[in-house]
Design a protein. Structure first.
Length: 256
């Protein structure tokens, strides 16, 4: 039995849903509503001590961290290989996944200010948000959420985040020569990056990869947007809210 503890818009949850879809693995949804603080319930902390999603449970065994989960999915289930058999290409894939993860902080800050905090404030007052932030087991997320609620993430920090994203996309533009994928086949490197790009587009930042500015990134995103696994993964509904649109963002045309 395969169970996935996940949240609709979580970038890391989208990664795993996409890998499961590519491998055509049947799974049972265990939805963790981050905006209701389900991730901090004692019963969930037994499964995920850091209070984060996703967690994959396969035959009673929990696997954590989306990049580790995806490698497990590829190894444990039949179907198209998502890790190249060639050792050098597999190493290049893992290098890019690390590069992608290292750039996570930049997207987290933009996400927190433009999306997560506005959604939370439609549900809770700042006193509750401060209390819940203090309960986060992860020091990184505890500090990030606390600073956001206090209004301490400055425009200068957001500008620095945008500069970091520009650098990551410059690396991607170079890596995609000749393309069409990050390594010599569609792989977990592409799956790792795709949800970040969808999130940036939802935040109105898709100008980063216009056809004139970064043509290879533009072509890559157009190609990945046609994959059924991508569309299934990013289309999981916001089970208790109005999606990105609830806070004035949009996902219209982001998958085409």
């Amino acid at each position: 039995m395969v169970e996935l503890y996940h949240f609709w818009s979580s970038v890391c949850s989208v990664r795993v849903r996409m890998a499961l879809e590519e491998k055509k693995v049947s799974w049972t949804s265990r939805y963790i509503d981050l905006f209701k603080f389900d991730q901090l319930r004692p019963e969930y902390l037994k499964i995920s001590p850091e209070g984060v999603v996703p967690v994959l449970v396969h035959n009673g065994h929990a696997i954590h961290e989306s990049e580790i989960i995806n490698e497990y999915i590829d190894a444990a289930f039949p179907g198209t290989r998502l890790v190249p058999q060639d050792p050098l290409q597999a190493a290049r894939m893992r290098e890019f996944v690390k590069t992608c993860n290292d750039g996570f902080d930049a997207i987290v800050k933009l996400t927190m200010v433009k999306y997560i905090l506005p959604k939370l404030r439609k549900r809770w007052g700042d006193e509750v948000l401060r209390e819940q932030a203090a309960r986060r087991p992860s020091k990184y997320l505890r500090d990030m959420h606390s600073r956001a609620v206090r209004g301490e993430i400055s425009e200068a920090e957001l500008q620095e985040s945008r500069a970091d994203i520009e650098h990551l996309l410059d690396q991607l533009e170079a890596t995609l020569d000749p393309g069409p994928w990050i390594v010599d086949q569609f792989s977990l490197a592409d799956i790792s990056l795709a949800p970040f790009m969808f999130r940036l587009a939802a935040l109105g930042q898709d100008q980063f990869w216009s056809a004139s500015k970064r043509p290879r990134v533009n072509a890559w995103y157009a190609a990945i947007s046609t994959r059924p696994s991508f569309n299934v993964a990013v289309s999981w509904p916001d089970e208790s809210g109005g999606g990105y649109e609830e806070v004035g963002l949009t996902t219209q045309s982001l998958k085409a």
